[in-house]
Design a protein around this ligand. Structure first.
Ligand code: ARG
Length: 457
């Protein structure tokens, strides 16, 4: 049953109908549409459009429909209804007859779809918040187990200074904590009910929209009907949050892909999240991580697509806005999948400590220590930097580490160098010295782990 028709004498072209209908994707809003309809029926009692008995009849039929939808959501796709709003209304009329035709009094699909989608977004935020916290917990647990796993830290993908695998994990905890707070922030702004704004100018029935908002679990009701039916900022915000979150996950994936290469060899990924080659028997490919890295693209695409759809749209509702759903659904599904998959990857990770340590010892990652040592002996830093640069060139020439040069060799570069330089050049000393807040010193890392554990509960 179409929701309109009185004005039309010709049926829609089948090709147009297929192009126009949104049921094949907005069926995911079925529960929200039913919840919104129940609340609306209660509002209609307050303005004497429905009696209490009629409302109760509608509510129990809608609850029955809700149970049917939960048991078998796919059944919706069998219908040729235009969209989920037509589907729910049609089913209701099937159940209660003419009474069902009263439900749409004072309501438009424009405030209805805005309400349904906001309710859906609010639920998804809760799911995403949980997944974000789960991944943070997995990272903290991995950090805890790898506090003593020293490895090279990089800038420009050149070995820079030693860090620990724990410190690397905690860097991603910070990113995810910001993702979490961005979601909480978006949730506050979207917690405003559109219902009761009608098609664009407001509903002609004097409904208490604040009370109605409360029934639906919204903190309040929106202030301007024109804005309300055309506002999809919450979609843009969630797509932005997803885009940033996926950028983080793609970097996480890329780091691990690199650590897992034969060249780095810092860790081995579990068989559970890798796959083989059809030709090369020796291969074990990091597919889960590559997909996480790759799927970042479609999420950025959804954000850009939605921005472009909304750009330049006149007030108020336009059918362009039906384009808000597929990209959003796909982007949030993708983000959630990638968060879950990242937990799975961490679960089976094996850090190869001897190899990490060996790599940290190579590459002159302790050069800054030697410069700081000279500074402590009164050499100005800029001069110390130059001296150490020359010393590194000599060590490279000999093919040895800085600490493998004899004292006599070191003294050629600076007379102030004494035997006490050797302990300073050790990896442990490199770590221990970085003991200001946020540094890689074991004490700081242990503190960061316990703070994160407290926050994550
Ligand atoms: N299927 C539409 C959407 O997703 C519902 C709103 C339709 N409103 C209208 N006036 N045609 O946006």
């Amino acid at each position: 049953m179409a929701l309109w028709g009185g004005r039309f004498s010709q049926a829609a072209d089948q090709r147009f109908k297929q192009f126009n209908d949104s049921l094949r994707f907005d069926y995911r809003l079925a529960e929200q549409d039913i919840t919104g309809s129940i609340a609306w029926s209660k509002a209609l009692v307050t303005v004497n459009v429905l009696t209490n008995e009629e409302q109760q009849q509608l509510e129990s039929a809608l609850n029955e429909l809700l149970a049917e939808v939960r048991a078998n959501p796919e059944q919706i796709l069998q219908s040729d209804a235009e969209d989920i709003h037509s589907w729910v209304e049609g089913k209701l009329i099937d159940k209660v007859g003419a009474l069902g035709k009263k439900l749409h009094t004072g309501r438009s699909r424009n405030d209805q779809v805005a309400t349904d989608l906001k309710l859906w977004c609010k639920e998804q935020v809760a799911v995403l918040l949980e997944a974000t916290r789960e991944l943070q917990s997995a990272l903290v647990a991995t950090a805890q187990a790898n506090q003593d796993a020293v490895m090279p830290g990089y800038t420009h993908l050149q070995r820079a200074q030693p860090v620990t695998f724990a410190h690397w994990c905690l860097a991603y905890v910070e990113m995810l904590a910001r993702d979490e707070s961005r979601l909480q922030d978006a949730l506050k702004r979207m917690d405003v009910s559109p219902l009761g704004c009608g098609a664009l100018a407001g509903t002609a029935y004097e409904i208490d929209r604040q009370q109605l908002a409360g029934w639906l679990g919204f903190a309040s009701a929106t202030r301007n009907s024109l804005d309300t039916v055309s506002d999809r900022d919450h979609v843009l915000e969630l797509l932005s949050d997803a885009s940033i979150g996926m950028v983080h996950l793609s970097r996480f994936a890329e780091d691990l892909i690199f650590f897992n290469t034969g060249e780095a060899g810092f860790l081995e990924l579990s068989d559970k999240v890798t796959s083989g080659s059809s030709l090369m028997p020796q291969k074990k490919n990091p597919d889960a991580l590559e997909l996480i890295r790759g799927k970042c693209g479609r999420v950025q695409g959804a954000l850009t697509g939605m921005m472009m759809t909304l750009k330049g749209l006149p007030l108020a509702y336009n059918k362009d806005m039906q384009e808000d759903k597929e990209g959003l659904f796909d982007a949030l599904d993708t983000w959630l999948d990638c968060l879950h998959m990242s937990v799975l990857v961490l679960d089976g990770i094996q850090v190869k400590r001897p190899r990490c340590q060996e790599a940290a010892e190579q590459g002159y990652a302790n050069s800054t220590e030697l410069a700081d040592y000279l500074v402590a002996k009164g050499v100005p830093f800029r001069e110390a930097h130059h001296i150490v640069g020359e010393t590194v060139v000599e060590a490279i020439k000999q093919g040895v580490a800085l600490e493998a040069l004899t004292l006599a060799q070191l003294k050629q570069f600076s007379a102030v160098i004494e035997d006490d330089v050797y302990p300073i050049l050790s990896l442990q000393s490199c770590l221990d010295k970085r003991n200001a807040q946020g540094g890689v010193a074991p004490q700081q890392v242990a503190f960061a782990i316990s703070e994160a554990q407290k926050r994550l509960g």
